[in-house]
Write a protein that binds this ligand. Structure first.
Ligand code: SAH
Ligand code: SF4
Length: 351
């Protein structure tokens, strides 16, 4: 068995075929990997030594190569409505945020895919932070495991929904996103339903979106504007993938998955929230199989955008509904805990 001088590699985010590959490389057997895999994900075991069907000698050697370590929770903020937000620190000192949102019968968690974001949307806190790196699949999976373990520890109901709406652009880290999806959807582990997982993208229309369709999970597209003029100003990525490209991608996703795509539309005061904008949006979306999710803007200190008044959001939504477009208005959760994407990490970085 070859000895490693490197840091043990985290295996929280390795799908079974990759785990087998890494085990064989390190001199363990395929059977060892097959035995270890369910311990990681169904029993959430933190120590190899507890894996009683794995031979003792293997259990002793595994920690030299592999790790089941969790990230460190540096800050946990809890809101009176039950929303919680954690700042998790990985072994290299980089941190990401992840949020827990309980709502009637659902427990949704919001997961980050990158440290910072390259896309630089003008209204987004993460977009103002420097991009550091992609998260590994183990670091993505570690956020999910963090909330599953917390619910267990508190004796509360399990996580039901997962949204990739935290920090970063998931489709720019598609390899690691897909490894995570493979684990989450596997019958041998979490057996999550495709209906309960949503990937949100700023509109990166590459092969990654075609590959995502194969997983059949839900897709949300951050549109945020009724035309290219406004979208160019809010989201520089629109210069690479404009609205027409997005609309074609939405149609294609629907044809491949039979899933209605969610259009995310963050309501920004005097920027994209007039009735004329609603009219243009209705024209744009006419005949498409989509839902619109109107998002009340979460204001941040150092970004000048303001939120649209509640009444105006309701009117905007009512107009779309009149035009037979299905609309939901996102509830505002955790307003006391910096619940918008990237806010908590911004504060920690400033400190
Ligand atoms: N990068 C991906 C996913 C992460 S952002 C994307 O952009 O879709 C998830 C959603 O939160 C996006 O729709 C984004 O536009 C929105 N968002 C970002 N900052 C926000 C804020 N301050 N208030 C409300 N929504 C915000
Ligand atoms: Fe990145 Fe999404 Fe924020 Fe835009 S909204 S900067 S894509 S995290």
């Amino acid at each position: 068995m070859e000895q490693t001088k490197q840091q043990p590699q985290s295996i929280l985010g390795l799908p079974l075929n990759e785990l087998i590959h890494e085990f064989l490389k390190a001199g363990f057997s395929k059977l060892d990997a097959k035995r270890v895999f369910p311990w990681i994900h169904t029993k959430l075991t933190m120590s190899f030594d507890e894996m009683s069907d794995v031979p003792k000698q293997v259990r002793t050697n595994l920690p030299k190569f592999f790790s089941l370590d969790r990230p460190v929770c540096k800050i946990l903020q809890e809101s009176s409505d039950g929303t919680a937000k954690a700042l998790l620190e990985f072994s290299d000192g980089n941190c990401v945020e992840t949020v827990f949102i309980p709502d009637e019968r659902r427990n949704t968690i919001c997961i980050s895919s990158q440290v910072g974001c390259l896309i630089g949307c003008k209204f987004c806190n993460t977009g103002t932070q420097q991009f550091r790196r992609n998260l590994t699949s183990s670091e993505i999976m570690a956020q999910i495991i963090y909330w599953i373990e917390r619910q267990k520890h508190l004796g509360k109901s399990p996580i039901t929904n997962i949204v990739f709406m935290g920090m970063g652009e998931p489709l720019l880290n598609s390899k690691n996103l897909f490894a995570t999806l493979e684990i989450l959807l596997s019958k041998k582990t979490y057996d999550f339903s495709r209906n309960k997982i949503t990937i949100s993208t700023s509109g990166i229309i590459t092969e990654a979106i075609t590959d995502l369709a194969k997983f059949g999970v839900k897709l949300a597209i951050s549109l945020h504007a009724p035309n290219d003029k406004i979208r160019n100003e809010l989201m520089p990525i629109n210069k690479a993938y404009n609205i027409e490209t997005l609309i074609n991608a939405i149609k294609e996703y629907y044809s491949k998955t039979n899933r209605r795509v969610t259009i995310e539309y963050v309501m920004l005061k005097d920027v994209n929230d007039s009735l004329d904008d609603a009219k243009k949006l209705a024209d744009l979306l006419k005949g498409l199989n989509v839902y619109v999710n109107l998002i009340p803007y979460n204001e941040t200190n150092h970004i000048e955008f303001k939120k649209t008044d509640k009444n105006k959001i309701l009117k905007f939504g009512a107009y779309l509904q009149e035009k037979n477009i299905t609309v939901t208005i996102r509830k505002e959760f955790g307003s006391s805990i910096d619940a918008a994407c990237g806010q908590l990490r911004s504060k920690e970085v400033e400190r």
